[in-house]
Design a protein around this ligand. Structure first.
Ligand SMILES: Cc1cc2nc3c(=O)[nH]c(=O)nc-3n(C[C@H](O)[C@H](O)[C@H](O)COP(=O)(O)OP(=O)(O)OC[C@H]3O[C@@H](n4cnc5c(N)ncnc54)[C@H](O)[C@@H]3O)c2cc1C
Length: 192
């Protein structure tokens, strides 16, 4: 596929891996918020391949983690669109460049080795890149645990609420009858 005269994915050699499993790419982007995602587009136009790493399990940074259903009014040529829609459009815009995503893992080490940078993530992923872009926003997102004793056994069992509008709770599911529910936070990270 071509965007203007720029070659994308299929015509170019895609991201590669060394025999030891280290991913090799042109640019490693730390952060998959709106800035990191649009950086993939800009790099793609320069024929640079990208790997994007984020601590969150989904793309979108603050837009998806904190306010997916809030309208945004300051995007050029888009009078109003939901934050989640902005991220969906960015994903569509960068798809031709076939970025590789490493989600649910935090970049914990960054070292200069020979003529490249090597990143290591909390899951042990190693990425060797000619350049690194830090699009980390306000820092790596992670769970903000309520200070409640004995909450650990419930970790991972909280269910994300489907989008029903700010403050709205869906009706109880059949298996939830008789249980008390707690909603904490907004956005896709909210649990009950
Ligand atoms: C409630 C609210 C409403 C807002 N409304 C608007 C608005 O209407 N219009 C507007 O223009 N802006 C708005 N903003 C601000 C806007 O969301 C931010 O400016 C924007 O998200 C910044 O984008 P970013 O990509 O730089 O960073 P972020 O969105 O913060 O994304 C950074 C990403 O980097 C990841 N990360 C950081 N460090 C690491 C690491 N070491 N390893 C792996 N991943 C890492 C994080 O997990 C995160 O996902 C709002 C913000 C909030 C909180």
């Amino acid at each position: 596929m071509h965007i203007g005269n720029v070659q994308t994915g299929k015509e170019r050699q895609l991201n590669t891996q060394t025999p030891s499993g280290t991913e090799v790419t042109d640019v490693a982007i730390i952060g998959a918020g709106p800035v990191g995602l649009f950086a993939v587009f800009e790099c793609g136009m320069l024929q640079l391949r990208c790997h994007v790493i984020d601590a969150l399990p989904a793309l979108g940074g603050q837009c998806v983690a904190l306010y997916p259903e809030k309208p945004i009014y300051d995007i050029p040529a888009a009078p109003a669109l939901m934050a989640s829609e902005l991220i969906a459009r960015l994903q569509q815009q960068i798809a031709p460049f076939q970025p590789r995503f490493h989600l649910d893992q935090q970049v914990t080490e960054l070292q200069r080795r020979d003529d490249a940078w090597e990143l290591i993530t909390s899951r042990g992923t190693r990425i060797r890149a000619r350049a690194v872009m830090v699009a980390a926003g306000v820092g790596a997102f992670g769970p903000n645990r309520p200070p409640l004793p004995g909450i650990e056994p419930y970790e991972g069992r909280l269910r994300a609420l489907p989008g029903r509008g700010t403050g709205a709770l869906p009706g109880p599911a059949a298996g939830d009858r008789g249980r008390r529910r707690l909603r904490r936070g907004l956005g896709h990270c909210a649990g009950r």
